[in-house]
Design a protein around this ligand. Structure first.
Ligand code: CA
Length: 650
């Protein structure tokens, strides 16, 4: 291990340099202060500019050391609207860097901006509130650009692919006035939360370049500034901030809570603003000094070091406070440490109330990371040490239902596409793997994000095509595949835990079999609003499942005892499983005290015995809206091939 690593890992360093001051630029009528934490620097200079790109610095100011590794410049002038960067000298090497604590920036985030943030609030922002919580959480993952890029979206050209498109509340397909798209479509679908793929400033798209440039955005440059390519004017640092706030306000007004996808586990390049300011402090290193690469992106954040942890915690709190974000989805949470995730959970709870802000992440990393020894990581091994209100994507259910997602597992099926039905695995899925032993295990379904597809890996539809259609027709809406898709969705929506879907999963979204579309053109990634209407029946099926789920407290229960509501009935036949669910609740009213679920992946109809009494059929393979006028059943029921039947008893 290098001396620098040992020093940064030491208690001595933390005791000497941990700095609790607010860092960044703070302009006001009374004056402006700049604070930068750079404990290894020999000298720091502030440079001021009139514009966010181009032109030389107008002023240079030496920063003064102010204790605990902090450098400060103070003036009586109000520098609101000025752009700036720093020259930081470490070990005799002078590096130019933007401010890692910047809250605003110029084109491509290369210069920071001192900005009075109150000027960026849209009208009515002080009254902005998230909608009331619904009985169940259904998260819909969208990407700002691919959501509205399709000209058929009905969004005005100048707003397509921008934050502004999220303020267009009543768009229709090709402006036909009949078929809702975008926000109006999501309202009809009934999802409760919108998860925005990265909206912080990322580096892979040139903000001054062509309008078709596309990337998912998992390459952070400025963690506390919105992405410029989603704004109508990336050169003016105020605009992207105001427009993201407008989008969040519109989403709130339309009944959605907003979740931000955050990528603190790595920076776009090792040579980041953080690295230039305090070389190596924020990055894990292998014993030979090379950068740790558990992110597969070239570097890993050293979240176990106190100022890195503070950086991440402060950033989360900032987005929640300044932008009214209602939750956070942590990319590669398995690279961050349990203590940090606990600190974030508790800080959010203290400020906004217990569990009010959703918190969940990917409980894995891309590869092994070189964390300080003794660090407990928030991957699967750490889930049981996390707060019950800190959740994780449940790959166990995802893979059980449709098959695994690794590149060499393309043809490996799950329950619905030829893999057969494993009763024990299905019961675990339904319980959200609470108290399960094995690959995925949590304390309670509050920790489980149940899903079938996200932006990563094949879309659900593409996986079904790859496993079921030898001719690989991704565009064709094949009836057998649609039936498998319905079954997959119905299984997912009868699992405890919170629910999540990739936008377009409900209309058989295809990326033409491309497994990883991070760098694929926007034409591949874009939501195809024509297909959404072509495949209206599948959309309706999802819509019914979402609406029914709001009426089933037995599946909404997020407590550690929720698993005891689920009991397996006898398994009468191969590839067919029946379950009893206790649906009684003190909190949510439901007409049905008990549920009886029957799942079949057989190719023939199977006659099942219903438990004693009269049962109402609430949903089957043909309709997820049967609960609106349910028909009574008793005795036996002929369960058709490849289908689910959901019964309720009053
Ligand atoms: Ca950018």
């Amino acid at each position: 291990m290098t001396n620098t690593q040992q020093y940064f890992n030491s208690e001595e360093f933390e005791n000497k340099f941990h700095c609790s001051a607010s860092l960044g630029a703070f302009p006001s009528a009374a004056g402006t202060v700049f604070r930068l934490w750079a404990p290894t620097a020999e000298a720091v200079a502030l440079r001021l500019y009139r514009s966010g790109d181009g032109g030389g610095a107008e002023e240079f100011h030496a920063m003064a050391p102010a204790g605990r590794g902090m450098w400060v410049y103070e003036t009586r002038r109000n520098l609101d609207g000025f752009y700036y960067d720093y020259e930081v000298e470490v070990d005799g090497v002078l590096r130019v860097t933007a401010d890692p604590y910047a809250k605003a920036c110029g084109l491509n985030g290369q210069r920071s901006m001192a900005l009075d943030l109150s000027r960026t609030n849209p009208p009515g922002w002080e009254f902005d509130q998230p909608p009331m919580q619904k009985p169940e959480t259904v998260i819909y993952e969208i990407h700002v650009k691919d959501f509205s890029w399709d000209p058929a979206s009905g969004v005005p050209d100048k707003y397509r692919g921008k934050f502004k498109a999220l303020c267009q509340t009543d768009t229709t397909l090709n402006n036909d006035g009949k078929h809702p798209t975008c926000l109006a479509y999501m309202r009809e679908l009934g999802v409760t939360h919108v998860q925005l793929m990265p909206v912080f400033d990322y580096g892979s798209v040139d903000e001054g370049g062509g309008t078709d440039a596309f990337n998912w955005g998992y390459d952070p440059v400025n963690y506390n500034v919105p992405e410029g390519s989603y704004s109508t004017d990336p050169r003016n640092g105020e605009v992207r901030i105001r427009e993201l706030k407008e989008a969040i306000q519109a989403l709130h007004q339309n009944g959605f809570r907003v979740i931000m996808d955050v990528v603190y586990n790595h920076t776009y390049r090792l040579d980041s603003w953080l690295w230039r300011t305090v070389p190596w402090y924020y990055s894990r290193q292998r014993p030979d000094g090379s950068p740790s690469n558990g992110s597969a992106c070239g570097n890993d954040a050293a979240s176990e070091r106190s100022m890195c942890a503070k950086y991440i915690l402060d950033s989360v709190l900032y987005w929640a406070e300044e932008y009214h974000m209602d939750g956070f989805r942590f990319d590669l949470m398995g690279l961050l440490d349990v203590k940090l995730m606990e600190d974030i959970r508790h800080a959010l709870d203290r400020r906004w109330g217990r569990g009010e802000k959703l918190l969940y992440g990917e409980p894995w990393a891309a590869a092994r990371t070189a964390a300080r020894s003794g660090t407990l990581l928030a991957g699967k091994e750490g889930l049981r040490r996390l707060d019950r209100e800190t959740g994780a994507f449940c790959d166990a259910t995802r893979d059980a239902v449709k098959g695994p997602v690794a590149a060499d597992q393309e043809a490996v099926p799950g329950f619905v596409n030829g893999g057969g039905l494993d009763a024990q695995a299905l019961v675990n899925c339904v319980r959200g793997w609470a108290g399960a032993k094995g690959a995925f295990s949590v304390k309670a379904p509050s920790q489980t994000i149940t899903y079938l597809s996200s932006h990563d890996d094949w879309t659900l539809w593409d996986k079904l095509v790859l496993t079921m259609d030898l001719r690989r027709h991704f565009d064709r809406l094949d009836r057998t595949l649609l039936r498998a898709n319905r079954l997959a969705a119905a299984i997912c929506f009868t699992c405890q835990g919170r629910l999540f879907l990739l936008s377009g999963e409900e209309f058989a979204r295809t990326k033409q079999g491309i497994r990883d579309s991070v760098c694929s053109p926007v034409q591949v990634n874009r939501l195809d609003w024509g297909r959404a209407w072509e495949n209206r029946e599948l959309v309706d099926y999802y819509r019914g499942l979402i609406a029914l789920r709001m009426r089933l407290p037995g599946l909404q229960d997020k407590s550690a005892q929720a698993r005891t509501r689920v009991t397996e009935a006898r398994e009468p036949y191969r590839d067919c499983v029946t379950l009893h669910i206790d649906n009684q609740s003190l909190k949510t009213e439901s007409p049905w005290r008990r549920l009886f679920l029957a799942y079949s992946v057989r190719q023939d109809t199977v006659e099942i015995s219903l438990p004693e009494g009269t049962w109402e059929l609430l949903a089957d393979a043909d309709s997820s809206f049967r609960w609106k006028s349910p028909e009574p059943h008793s005795g036996t029921y002929a369960l058709p091939h490849m289908s689910i039947a959901i019964f309720g008893q009053r």
